[in-house]
Design a protein around this ligand. Sequence first.
Ligand code: VTB
Ligand code: MG
Ligand code: MG
Length: 338
Amino acid sequence: MTEHHLPAPLEVSPEAPDRNLALELVRVTEAGAMASGRWVGRGDKNGADGAAVKAMRSLIHTVSMNGVVVIGEGEKDNAPMLYNGERVGDGTGAECDVAVDPVDGTTLTAKGMANAVSVMAVAERGSMFDPSAVFYMEKLVTGPEAAEFVDITAPVDVNIRRVAKAKNSSPEDVTVVILDRPRHEKIVKEIRETGARIKFISDGDVAGAIMAAREGTGVDLLMGIGGTPEGIIAACAIKCLGGTIQTRLWPKDDAERERALDAGHDLDRVLSTDDLVRGDNVFFVATGITDGDLLRGVRYRAETATTQSLVMRSKSGTIRQIDSTHRLSKLRAYASVD
Ligand code: VTB
Ligand code: MG
Ligand code: MG
């Protein structure tokens, strides 16, 4: 192969977040997972969340970035720290938007159920959608194979048939992941009528979205209504994985609808991957808390804890799965329950 057959080098502006950032960020979600992992099955979701927030916060300030939390705790989980507007990182480099969900799946953690993860995403400053107006959004996620054929405004059966066709299969071969909620009664019926299979999750639609976008998980589509912050974090993952996320804000009542309209939101507008996170300088990291479809959960031994993480960067499209062994004696600060 001659030299000009090689891909052109990626253009990275000197102000853009450094590529090594991804590997720095993973320490933060590892810390969150190791801390909340001690709370697995203890029936205390706030305890699990608080432990993750505390651990992440103690490390996030050592990361080489000049970050502002735009999606944090606070509103939703009443967590005391990692609030929106908080500055995080060591203050070096270009300003960036930071999204954190110290535990996506606090109930999953409290009950020792599958797929609880500690997640974080970083992108250029001003690139993430502001999730504060409407708590929920309607979501549709699929991977690269079917991405260009789906349309959240089309009927459910149309999307399922199109995904099936894109994958040279039939609707019966398609598996849809959806949060198990009464609000999904109608969509569940419509999915079943196509013959498609359903994987219900009780929480954690960031993991659900990644399952839908990633090859080899046995899941082809995510549908249904979940949290807006989780939609933006999922969009960061999709930016790295390929595929698409299409969403629409879904006000839970008239008061929220009015507030959103007053704030200038167009509730019919389809917000897709690029609306939820602009640009191509997106970093996404997740560490498993409990064992799940994507990641193994934290394991503790006498001297060590092991974690498994997903580390991705949109610019290069590299997906890393990182298994780490941590020396507990050196990490007591965030590896114990108290
Ligand atoms: C959603 C989903 C999250 O909580 O926000 C859900 O996006 C809350 O749904 O992944 P309900 O209000 O219906 O309980 C999660 O499942 C976990 O934070
Ligand atoms: Mg959370
Ligand atoms: Mg969450």
